[in-house]
Design a protein around this ligand. Structure first.
Ligand SMILES: Nc1ncnc2c1ncn2[C@@H]1O[C@H](COP(=O)(O)OP(=O)(O)OP(=O)(O)O)[C@@H](O)[C@H]1O
Length: 812
């Protein structure tokens, strides 16, 4: 029988499919094409196209009358388009781009920040955040009008007026561990009490409202910089910030502060008390009825809580974006609660430490793991002058408290919220935590905290202000909005590309490598079997394995340090063992993890390690310069961003022409491709371009690659077919309380499933010239080709210098 017919037999007869397919080895491509046609890809893409509009852009503007508004005569000098629905397009090539961007960051949600055009959205949350940092509805409308190429639509104006009209009128405050709703306008409080749900949360027995003299507002201090830089330097910093930031918001903020200083009138505040355990319910209800509460802490006037002796050390110089973020949190000598979003490796820890130095009251820090808690303590001691006695760690191994009246405790969400089987020592520490007022609660990796966990946290810890830190305000379960009432609005979100241009995080070349399934694997994949088995077949696809091996060899030759990520432990072990590399997963003992990581950092014979999803977050390995992903968690955009974060902190990021590399290996024509594009959506919105590598030139000729012979591939397939169903499961890490809660399939349709992709090659990505590629995006390719030579040479030159490697892994 000719090979082609044998291949057809393989499809027709499922029982004997394996043998027949193997016989048809001589015509792999034909067999593959035949198999592929049974999996009706064309029909799928036709169906998908039918749902799509004619082109990629017009649907953005449909039903949008505002776009018909006449352009202002000097429209070319104005950087914004604002449509009827509150969507804002910003031209990043405008000369006043920076000012406009600073303004938009305050009032709108960044949706996408690709190279030339940025997209923002006006939402009630974003307007609330703007009001809470001191902007007024009128200022927002006037500035938008000034920057916009056309007149603002009445709908947008009405939306801003309506949303901001009721914002910032009442706030939630803590007095002697009790919670109060406070306002200088009694009518607002009466309006709130007219709501049955809010009224039922009232705790005081007062008939009317509690009325007191309002505390005086102090002057603004940029936190933590007094001791750090000396008084003169602080003054210079403030001046520089004011001058540098031409953004109207910052100027307005400073002007507002001066006005506040001059305001000597004796004002009154009115309040009513609520049950502390109903705090979140009240905050949420107020938000739902259009009167969201702000949470501000007047730490300078707080005489009740002891002062904490803490300042930044002189060597600590916070970066401009860290200062900008902190500027949104601190003003009027008040700290407002909210969330700061900075890319991985951009220095969220120092932002948190600086905030603690600003408040100078007792502070709780919550992290996702005990290792992170230990790391936070080390960072506090490194960047601040806090006495080591005043900073305690509360984890399963450490149960200490501070001896004085004020101090810092670093713990994990699990320690604070799991009430079952607490030891005597843990109970004692918990009592210590519950019985006092905390000036500041820092919630690290806040996007992963489920609402019910955070409610427990705020119930256990009475804190005046809360600061959430995260790299990605992303959750696949759509619960990210919960953070608005659990912590506060987003105060600042940095632009990833800007930080990478400035060398604060590494530049990364991203690529998706398409690996065709071998016929025998694809035959099995097409058979009706469990989702898990299919996933395992796609991960273990021999072509993918070979691509992985090929890329490891290529990058090791270039002097890169490589991390390979696999969610699936079966695949992780198979790959690592076959390639003779070290691997770490949830069950790897701590001593072995540290040994492997030490070797990766300091031993030039160990340049590649395999990590399960345990390495997704908080792993501080700045030696790593290349990342290869072989299996991942469905369509999780968060995981993709977190993994990219592992190389954003690359030590060599400021070397001339340096690039880090991020590869995702996907088995072609399987659902891995669908998930891959979903995963990339967030990074694409941050301006990363994913190249598609369809062929790794030279791979076919490399006879040293694993599974080169049909016999080897058959054995591998057998191995997979005989594996247990559970082998295909992704890892369930013990103690990873967030693992299952946030399991995301990415199946629920969300916007922007398809990222921006161009096709290219490994050579183009790395600056090498010895591999071919398919070219879809000519201009980008040209640009890279121009740079390629310099990039490669300087890169290799820099490789000669070995840097000292003294970092400790945070998480592992
Ligand atoms: N202002 C600064 N000056 C000098 N070094 C800094 C500064 N800010 C941060 N760093 C350094 O940058 C590195 C990354 O900081 P950090 O670990 O806080 O990042 P991160 O944003 O928390 O990252 P991840 O989200 O991955 O945990 C650290 O080595 C830190 O010491």
């Amino acid at each position: 029988m000719p090979p082609k017919r044998k291949a057809q037999a393989a499809v027709a007869d499922e029982d004997s499919g394996l043998e027949d397919t193997v016989e048809a080895e001589m015509s792999d491509q034909e067999t593959y094409d035949r198999l592929r046609s049974t999996f009706d890809v064309k029909a799928m893409s036709r169906a998908a196209k039918a749902k799509q509009p004619r082109d990629a852009a017009s649907f953005l503007f449909k039903k949008c009358d505002q776009w018909d508004a006449p352009l202002k005569p000097d429209h070319a000098n104005r950087p914004l388009w604002v449509d009827d629905a509150g969507r804002i397009i910003l031209e990043s090539f405008s000369p006043i781009f920076k000012d406009a961007q600073d303004f938009l960051i305050n009032i709108a949600e960044p949706q996408s920040r690709v190279s030339r055009i940025h997209e923002y959205s006006l939402t009630t949350h974003s307007l609330f955040a703007a009001i809470s940092i001191g902007q007024t509805g009128k200022e927002i409308i006037d500035t938008l009008e000034r920057y916009s190429k056309t007149a603002l639509s009445p709908t947008v104006i009405k939306f801003i007026e309506k949303s901001t009209g009721s914002f910032g009128k009442a706030k939630i405050v803590l007095k002697k561990t009790l919670s109060y709703i406070e306002s200088d306008d009694p009518a607002i409080l009466q309006r709130l009490l007219a709501d049955n749900e809010i009224a039922s949360c009232r705790a005081d027995a007062t008939v009317g409202l509690i009325t007191e003299v309002a505390p005086k507002i102090g002057v603004m201090a940029i936190p933590g910089t007094k001791l750090a830089a000396g008084a003169n330097q602080v003054a210079q910093q403030v001046e520089a910030t004011a001058e540098e930031a031409l953004a109207p918001s910052d100027n307005d903020m400073i002007a507002a502060l001066r006005e506040d200083d001059e305001d000597e009138e004796i004002a009154q505040v009115h309040s009513f008390q609520i049950h502390s355990e109903k705090r979140e319910a009240v905050v949420k209800r107020c938000q739902d009825i259009g009167l969201p509460l702000t949470e501000e802490y007047d730490y300078e006037s707080d005489q009740h809580n002891a002062k904490l002796d803490i300042d930044l050390r002189p060597h600590a110089q916070i970066r401009y974006y860290q200062e900008k973020a902190l500027g949104k949190m601190f003003s009027n000598s008040r700290a407002r609660s909210g969330i700061i979003v900075l890319p991985c490796g951009a220095g969220k820890t120092l932002v948190g430490i600086t905030a603690a130095c600003g408040v100078k009251k007792s502070c709780m820090v919550l992290c996702t793991s005990a290792m992170s808690a230990v790391q936070w303590r080390a960072e506090f001691l490194k960047w601040s002058n806090i006495s080591s006695d005043d900073i305690a760690v509360f984890t399963s191994e450490n149960k200490t408290v501070f001896p004085g009246n004020a101090g810092i405790i670093i713990s994990t969400y699990t320690m604070i919220t799991s009430t079952r089987n607490r030891s005597h020592d843990s109970e004692k520490v918990m009592k210590f935590i519950q019985d006092r007022e905390w000036g500041l609660l820092i919630a690290d990796e806040v996007h992963v905290v489920p609402a019910q966990i955070f409610k427990k946290v705020t119930h256990e810890i009475a804190s005046h202000a809360k600061l959430g830190l995260t790299a990605t305000l992303l959750r696949e379960d759509d619960k990210i909005g919960d953070l608005n009432f659990l912590i506060g609005p987003k105060l600042y979100e940095a632009n990833w590309q800007e930080l990478s241009e400035q060398g604060h995080i590494a530049k990364v070349q991203c690529a998706e490598v398409w690996c065709q399934m071998t016929p025998e694997f694809y035959t099995e994949w097409l058979k009706p079997s469990s989702v898990q088995k299919r996933a395992l077949l796609a991960v273990m696809n021999p072509r993918k394995f070979q691509a992985c091996q090929f890329l490891i060899e290529y990058h090791e030759r270039r002097g890169d340090k490589i991390i390979i990520f696999a969610d699936n432990v079966f695949a992780l072990e198979k790959y690592a063992k076959k390639l003779g590399k070290a691997y770490i997963y949830g069950d790897t003992p701590q001593a072995e993890r540290l040994r492997i990581l030490e070797n990766f950092q300091h031993n030039d014979q160990v340049n590649t390690i395999f990590l399960s999803k345990i390495g997704d977050t908080s792993l501080d390995l700045p030696e790593a310069t290349c990342l290869i992903q072989i299996s991942s968690h469905y369509g999780s955009r968060r995981q993709e961003a977190q993994r990219l974060g592992r190389i954003l902190r690359a030590k060599r990021r400021n070397d001339e022409g340096f690039n880090a590399f991020f590869y995702s290996l996907v088995s072609k024509d399987t659902d891995e491709m669908y998930y891959s594009s979903k995963r990339q959506a967030f990074l694409v919105d941050q301006g990363y371009a994913f190249k598609v590598i369809t062929r790794l030139e030279g791979m076919e000729l490399n006879t040293n690659l694993a599974f080169y012979t049909p016999q080897d591939r058959r054995e591998l397939l057998m191995d997979i077919l005989l594996s247990k169903e559970t082998d295909a499961d992704t890892e369930n890490i013990k103690g990873d309380m967030f693992g299952s809660t946030f399991a995301s399939t990415g199946r629920k349709g969300r916007r922007k499933a398809n990222g921006k992709r161009t096709a290219g090659t490994l050579s183009e990505l790395s600056g090498g010239q010895d591999m071919a590629y398919i070219e879809y995006n000519k201009s980008r390719n040209k640009e890279l080709n121009k740079k390629a030579k310099t990039v490669n040479n300087s890169f290799l030159r820099k490789l000669q210098t070995t840097s000292s490697k003294k970092r400790v892994a945070k998480e592992l």
